[in-house]
Design a protein around this ligand. Structure first.
Ligand SMILES: Nc1ncnc2c1ncn2[C@@H]1O[C@H](COP(=O)(O)OP(=O)(O)O)[C@@H](O)[C@H]1O
Ligand SMILES: [Mg+2]
Length: 245
């Protein structure tokens, strides 16, 4: 096991885990995101709200280096995100990020345990230890009985929990979660949420989580909303106020 996986970050650092400045993104003629500034510090859990189509998933993809911004800068744990360099952004994702995708994106040819073990194997953790840690994380999301199940045989909610276990297993410094409880029943949603919130606090990591649930949003340290502007593009505003009110 590498130190990166085992060791909690020191909580004393005042440098931001995530820093986004002046970020803008256009798709063709449409400006989707306009001049986004965002800072998330160690230990902070930030909830991201916004109507469907306001650009929440795009913002997470930009932060993860999966999309190129038109303007602006992003850094994670002091390292610039450069989506134009696939190798560099893949390494940054591997070393710093956990990402619960809205559409899960499990590897279809690997079983639940193997899917969860992938981030550890990419960090050179031994296969035996990676498997052990993956099984322990599956137990924490309530899926011990589904360890050997292939993704296609899992329900949407079970796939979502495997995706969550995979995003948490290597204790990333930044957790990006795109509606991670959207397909879960209330009990499993509450369990998944507290698992994320607790791990991020314990490891002094940072969480940026997209949610439509006002209750989930209230459980974070603060919430932000992507406010739609059809001409300018969405910008970030503080709080969870309903933009239609
Ligand atoms: N690669 C793309 N090319 C063109 N339009 C896109 C692309 N990705 C997203 N969009 C558009 O950007 C808008 C915001 O999408 P998204 O970020 O998924 O919103 P949200 O997650 O807030 O629902 C949508 O209208 C979507 O169709
Ligand atoms: Mg989305």
């Amino acid at each position: 096991m590498t130190a990166r996986v085992m060791t909690a970050r020191p909580g004393s650092s005042s440098a931001p885990i995530l820093q986004v400045s002046g970020l803008s993104k256009r798709f063709g003629a449409r400006c989707l995101l306009h001049d986004i500034d965002l800072r998330v510090d160690a230990g902070e859990r930030v909830m991201l709200l916004g109507e469907s189509g306001s650009g929440k998933s795009t913002l997470l993809n930009l932060i993860a280096g999966l999309e190129c911004p038109d303007e602006g800068r992003i850094s994670i744990d002091g390292e610039p995100v450069d989506a134009s360099s696939p190798d560099r952004s893949a390494r940054l994702r591997r070393e710093k990020l956990g990402f619960v995708f809205q559409a899960y994106h499990l590897l279809p040819h690997l079983d639940a345990t193997q899917n969860v073990a992938v981030p550890l194997l990419l960090l050179q953790v031994s296969p035996t230890l990676a498997r052990e840690r993956a099984r322990a994380m599956l137990a924490r999301v309530g899926l011990s009985k589904r360890e050997h199940a292939m993704p296609a045989t899992l329900s949407g909610g079970e796939q979502q929990r495997v995706a969550l276990a995979r995003a948490l297993v290597h204790e990333p410094v930044l957790l990006l979660a795109d509606e991670p409880t959207g397909n879960l029943d209330p009990r499993n949603a509450a369990r998944a949420l507290s698992l994320m919130l607790d791990q991020v606090a314990r490891t002094h990591a940072a969480l940026l989580m997209v949610t439509h649930s006002e209750a989930a949003a209230a459980s974070g340290d603060r919430s932000l909303r992507l406010a739609l502007d059809d001409e300018l593009g969405a910008s970030l505003v503080a709080g969870s106020t309903d933009p239609t009110s």
